[in-house]
Write a protein that binds this ligand. Structure first.
Ligand code: GDP
Length: 531
């Protein structure tokens, strides 16, 4: 019901905004046609390894409920570079059972709510413990990174993941990831979730934050004091030194018995979790290839809802499927971008494309005759601004017989706008189908696309929007990212065992590296690199 209302809203908003005027753009009707029930209703036992992403996905869902889940693989022509480990696959199946056992509506869930209401801590132990992911009201890329981070932590610590209803339009954007249960924290009745009002207000100053609990006297009362019934983990900008102690073994041991952990962040904390010694072993078994953590978790967890998926597949069929090679260019535009800055960004993108010959097939593939020639290339541009598209078409169109395409140009970033988010999500997925990616540094929108694709993008360095922008194209204009992994934007540099900051994280954990787009951020990559 709610989804139907939202889908209607999408059509109306798109129409009012004049979206869909150009032939290259996604007409708004794409988002509404998905409800017509054209889904494949074949039984799921027919599913191939490819559709199940080599075991990553459970076969327990019906196809009708969520087309993207089993169709996703069909839109990727590259053979996946990474297979999930058998250990990860087993861990995910086990986690699904836990989500079903502990999910809303079950007896353990009711018991956990009762104890939360009465302020009972761990004590004699309920069956289930929870991580509640509370998003910020920010861009979709940030929110997806936060949810995937909370999920990874939930799997590692054997907790059920629930997504707070304040996390925007998750229900309208994504299908349920776990069979036979819901990942949405029920919001139908204020009495149901005892600290419901509190969730929205939690911030770095909240007394229930780990940082404040540790700062207060409660920190010194270990085994003798009653356990905390819930703890708020403030893991984002503006966090204090004590909040960082989340990344220490001592606090991890302490949090183990807390039934409810409320997590708020807008970043990708996986590299930070690898720095926690007690979690590193398990993470290593789950992810022998360190550059594929988001690739696996993102493809496991996120499945665009039918309305979004319909828009993705229809656009793909109409504009991209015929090309032998797809080049995606993500040009992040900010609301206060001046014409002078736009010209620098455009020049940067063009000079990267020419210098790195992004529109040409790689020499090895061309020599082997396994790929098509340049004339068979199509370019997908995504940006809030329509300005880049025309210039790129003029400059590069001759080398891209498959055409230059831009599905939408929203003008500016909006919040609490379901239609806007649906278009953003569909473009992230369209970008992820590309063979080559050129992305804008600092942008989590690009991180999600490259992570889903499992492709190392060409990254254009960019000054943060709050700094004086570049007046000239940086040299070099772009660099190949070390891995498709997103960067962690709020890392702790505190070495808990040594009780001082790391001088060189790379010496402790070689696969945690500095990010290409900002040197104080960290990311996962195979192999090691000089710090
Ligand atoms: P970040 O701010 O670049 O890290 O990325 P986020 O995804 O977190 O936030 C940016 C938001 O702006 C997105 O979620 C979209 O709502 C919007 N946006 C930015 N770039 C694009 C784009 O290329 N296409 C669309 N449709 N929306 C975009």
């Amino acid at each position: 019901m709610a989804a139907a209302v939202l889908i209607g809203a999408v059509a109306v908003v798109s129409y009012v905004c004049g979206w869909g005027g150009d032939t290259d753009e996604m007409p708004s009707s794409l988002f509404t046609a998905a409800t017509r029930g054209s889904e494949d209703a074949r039984p799921t036992w027919n599913l191939t390894d490819e559709q199940l992403l080599d075991g990553l996905l459970s076969a327990a869902f019906s196809r009708r409920s969520c087309r993207s889940r089993y169709e996703f693989a069909g839109y990727y022509r590259r053979k996946p570079a990474h297979k999930p480990s058998l250990y990860l696959v087993a861990k995910l199946r086990k986690h699904e059972a836990l989500q079903r056992w502990c999910g809303p509506g079950t007896a353990p869930y009711r018991e956990a709510l009762r104890r939360l209401k009465s302020g009972d801590g761990a004590g004699d132990g309920g069956d289930c413990r929870y991580v509640v992911s509370i998003g910020y009201n920010r861009g979709l890329g940030n929110r997806m990174l936060a949810i995937v981070s909370a999920f990874l932590y939930a799997v590692l610590t054997e907790r059920a993941l629930l997504v707070a209803p304040y996390d925007g339009d998750v229900a309208a954007l994504f299908c349920e990831p776990f069979p036979g249960t819901t990942w949405l924290l029920p919001d139908d009745d204020g009495r149901r979730f005892p600290i419901r009002q509190r969730l929205r207000d939690l911030d770095g100053e909240s007394q229930e934050s780990l940082g404040n609990l540790l700062r207060s006297n409660a920190s010194s009362s270990s085994s003798s004091s009653p356990p905390w019934p819930y703890v708020y983990l403030h893991l984002e900008g503006g966090f204090h030194f004590h909040d960082w102690l989340f990344y220490c073994d001592e606090q991890q041991r302490r949090l183990r018995g807390v039934p409810w952990l409320l997590m708020k962040m807008d970043s990708y904390i996986a590299p930070g979790l690898f720095l926690v010694p007690s979690l590193r072993g398990e993470l290593g078994r789950m992810f022998p290839e360190k550059d594929a953590v988001f690739h696996h978790l993102g493809r496991y967890l996120f499945h665009p809802a039918n309305a979004v998926w319909h828009a993705v597949t229809a656009y793909h069929r109409a504009h991209l499927a015929g090309a032998g090679r797809l080049v995606g260019m993500q040009l992040r535009a900010y609301h206060d971008e001046t014409p002078a800055l736009s010209r620098v960004v455009l020049e940067q993108a063009l000079s990267c494309a020419r210098r790195e010959k992004l529109l040409l097939p790689p020499p090895a593939a061309a020599a082997a005759g396994t790929t098509t020639n340049a004339s068979d290339t199509a370019v997908l541009v995504t940006s809030l601004s329509p300005w880049y598209y025309g210039r790129i078409r003029d400059e590069l169109g001759g080398a891209a017989a498959g055409g230059v395409h831009q599905p939408s140009h929203e003008g500016r970033q909006r919040s609490e706008d379901a239609a806007h988010d649906m278009r953003a999500l569909s473009e992230m997925y369209l970008l992820s189908t590309c063979d080559v990616l050129l992305t804008t540094g600092l942008s989590t929108f690009g991180y999600v696309a490259q992570g889903l694709a499992g492709v190392r993008p060409w990254l254009m360095p960019r000054r943060p929007p709050w700094e004086e922008p570049d007046a000239e194209v940086p040299e070099p204009p772009c660099a190949r990212a070390a891995s498709p992994e997103p960067c962690f934007h709020a890392p702790s540099y505190y070495d808990c065992a040594a009780r001082k900051n790391y001088s060189d994280i790379g010496k402790v954990v070689p696969f945690v590296q500095r990010c290409e787009d900002a040197s104080w951020w960290i990311k996962l990559a195979n192999g090691s690199r000089q710090w």
